[in-house]
Design a protein around this ligand. Structure first.
Ligand code: GLC
Length: 701
């Protein structure tokens, strides 16, 4: 279909009021339901969102869609929801998906998510969240794919392809839904980790750290982009011409539309960026915003501003064309809106179970394993389990989970009892610990299931202290001081600093809120049925005093050893980006390039030999980094430019190959051109960002 022509045909039949209606996303609640149904019938809204349950009104979304079909234009309304990392079946939070370093798998997960969401008439999700984040104090680090631009870019395109389909025509299928990568741009750099705060980001860093994931998402076909709450470089991002029109539409080439974050138009008054509501709308629309989320100001002021000539009709037509083309790509006119399901009757299908358990396994990072404490020894006869996550269910969902069904989750203690039927497993309830632990019962192993509640991360949930939540360290240390072998499982929404408990524990399994499959995956890893599949998508600091601390910095201490340090603490991380142990060992050797010299528009092939030198089969995540040795703009000491998961039997070896070309070697210069500069490049390959071997090659003109 020629979406442009068809959209223009519809546009030409619309009144100004109807065009403006399409630019408004309304908020529906149980309280305003009837009023909104009538407003949608009058063509006043082109989209809506709701956090309401409507469990007692199962066909409500069909009724709302019908109301839009009864409007004069009959343009269907678009129902958007935050199905960020799962609908009924919940998958790991962004950090957990990124820990898998597995975009191919992530694409399958997001495709599954789209199917579950579309079954209830949700044809637009405000996902993926692709804000690169280097500050674990910021609550929303949980939602994104971590600190690395390349990993976030690969995950961004995987999520868009999963949600929308790779073929542009696929978006019209009933089981596909519109993606909305967010929050453009630089949200992860808010000062102090305080959500929605100011972020000062140079254009160079904006283009080379924060822009590439959105560019990848738009190249993957993302039909909408959401701008953020925050401000950068003196401008609110949701009202900046440079950001909305220049970066998203001109540089990014967005063919779809930009939607604001919730109420950002109205927030311009608080920003002292607009005198009044009218000026807020004037600035926002003229600078490139296409759809307003829930401020109601477009509905109130836009028509008059256009009639007064303050906003050209052409700008309105551009916005509405973008929205209509996207609705046509979605084939919204022919979509079926299914009734809400009864969550109480929800059962996990085999596909949902295996997908969610595998995703959770890949969200689990083994950080420490002294004396091979894991997997649990077959000789164990008695085992304590302790900590807040022993009986947890919905807590495994993490932040931003509106429809997750928790009754399908079996607490980890019950799963362990099933898997370790000859082991006496006792729950160490802390009110009884003195009695149990001092008894003559000889129990030598305790698994402490600690970590953060979902509410401790996510939107607005910022913290200043990266240690385990109050009381957990003391419990862990008290167990160790009684001679128990403590195995620590941490379930969290951010990298927490475990420095204080490391001397007291034998093993640490770090699990980024893993979702529905969490307890089963954790139990499989603890018993050795499966191995931990994750690698750190973020740097783990020793202390918040080191923040910001990320691997791909421009300078490293060896550049200026007497400067780039602290007098009271190491400048090194507790665990570095890309780190994660398995139940076997791997050796990376024999790095080679197929050519020592390539021209700017050519590629070089890098190979290494990977050997499983351990005692059981396992998966390695081989990572490839580069350093542009001399460049006209300062480049990071190391930049991830490739990664591959490879499974090897014990003793098995395999050659792993990476191709480095313009996409990997280039960077944006101050003119916004993406260039590859001639000169030497060093390429590093290894099992994390520090444990690498390297060689070099030269790029010539
Ligand atoms: C929220 C979030 C955004 C979300 C939107 C709609 O405040 O910032 O990520 O998609 O509003 O719920």
């Amino acid at each position: 279909m020629d979406y442009e022509a068809k959209a223009r045909e519809i546009l030409n039949s619309m009144t100004l009021a109807e065009k403006i209606g399409q630019m408004c996303l309304g908020f529906i609640s149980n309280e305003n339901l009837n009023e909104m149904l009538e407003a949608i019938r009058q063509g006043k809204y082109g989209a809506y969102l709701t956090y309401a349950d409507f469990s007692d009104k199962k066909d409500m979304h069909d009724k709302i869609m019908q109301a839009s079909r009864e409007s004069r234009t009959g343009i269907p309304v678009l129902y958007g929801k935050d199905v960020i990392h799962g609908h009924f079946t919940v998958f790991p939070i962004g950090l957990g998906m990124a820990a898998g370093f597995n975009p191919e798998f992530a694409e399958k997960v997001f495709s599954f998510i789209a199917e579950e969401a579309s079954s209830e008439g949700i044809f637009w999700t405000f996902s993926p969240m692709i804000d690169v984040a280097r500050d674990p104090r910021w609550g929303r680090i949980a939602e994104g794919f971590g600190e690395d631009t390349y990993l976030t870019s690969r995950m961004a395109e995987a999520a868009v392809w999963g949600l929308q389909g790779r073929d542009p025509e696929a978006l019209g299928k009933q089981e596909k839904i519109l993606a909305c990568p967010k929050h453009f741009i630089g949200y992860g750099a808010v000062e102090g980790g305080r959500d929605a705060n100011t972020a000062e980001i140079s254009q160079h860093t904006l283009m080379n750290v924060y822009f590439p994931p959105f560019l990848a998402a738009m190249k993957a076909g993302a039909g909408s982009i959401m701008s953020g709450y925050h401000d950068i470089n003196g401008e609110p991002v949701s009202a900046s011409y440079n950001i909305l029109t220049h970066m998203i539409k001109e540089l990014g080439g967005l063919d779809g539309f930009i939607v604001s974050d919730f109420g950002t138009t109205a927030h311009l008054l608080k920003y002292r960026y607009a005198e009044d509501e009218r000026q807020a709308v004037d600035i926002t629309v003229n600078n490139g915003m296409d759809m307003d989320m829930c401020s109601s100001l477009f509905t109130k002021h836009l028509e008059k501003l256009v009639e007064e000539g303050k906003i050209p009709v052409g700008r309105i037509d551009d916005a509405v064309l973008r929205i209509l083309k996207t609705k046509l790509r979605l084939d919204l006119w022919n979509r079926k809106v299914g009734p809400l399901k009864d969550k109480g009757q929800f059962k996990l299908s085999d596909e949902a179970k295996s997908l969610s358990v595998e995703a959770a396994r890949q969200a689990s990072v083994l950080l420490m394993n002294k004396d091979s404490a894991l997997p649990l020894s077959k000789d164990i006869k008695k085992l304590y389990v302790a900590g807040p996550y022993v009986h947890a269910r919905r807590e495994y969902f993490g932040c931003w989970c509106l429809d997750g069904v928790s009754h399908v989750i079996e607490p980890v203690i019950d799963i362990l009892k099933r898997k370790l039927e000859n082991v006496e497993i006792r729950h160490l309830d802390y009110f009884m610990s003195e009695l149990i632990l001092s008894s003559e019962d000889y129990i030598d192993t305790v698994i402490y299931f600690g970590g953060e509640a979902p509410e401790r991360s996510g939107e607005r949930n910022n913290i200043t202290n990266l240690r385990l939540p109050e009381g957990q360290e003391e419990q862990i240390i008290s167990l160790a001081n009684r001679g128990k072998k403590v195995i620590l499982v941490v379930v969290a929404g951010r990298p927490l600093s475990l420095a204080r408990v490391i001397p007291y524990v034998y093993a640490i399994l770090y699990v980024f809120h893993p979702g529905t499959g969490g307890p089963e995956a954790i139990a499989q890893i603890l018993t050795g049925e499966a191995e931990p599949g994750g690698r750190m998508p973020v740097t783990v600091p020793v202390s918040e005093g080191q923040i910001p601390l990320y691997y791909n910095s421009i300078q490293v201490r060896s550049d200026r050893p007497e400067h780039l340090k602290y007098n009271d603490m190491t400048e090194k991380p507790l665990y570095c980006f890309g780190y994660g142990l398995t139940y076997t060992d791997f050796k990376v050797s024999d790095i080679k390039v197929d050519r020592n010299e390539i021209r700017k528009n050519e590629s070089v092939r890098v190979t290494v030999n990977v050997e499983n030198t351990g005692t059981r089969s396992g998966e390695a995540v081989i990572q490839c980094y580069i350093n542009d040795c001399v460049s006209s703009l300062l480049r990071p000491c190391k930049e991830l430019k490739g990664f591959k998961r490879v499974t090897l039997d014990k003793g098995e070896s395999k050659i792993v190959e990476f191709t480095l070309g313009k996409e990997e070697l280039g960077f944006f210069n101050h003119k916004g051109e993406f260039i590859v500069e001639p000169g030497s490049f060093r390429v590093f390959v290894g099992l994390d960002c520090e444990n690498t071997i390297d060689t070099c090659f030269v790029v010539t003109d």
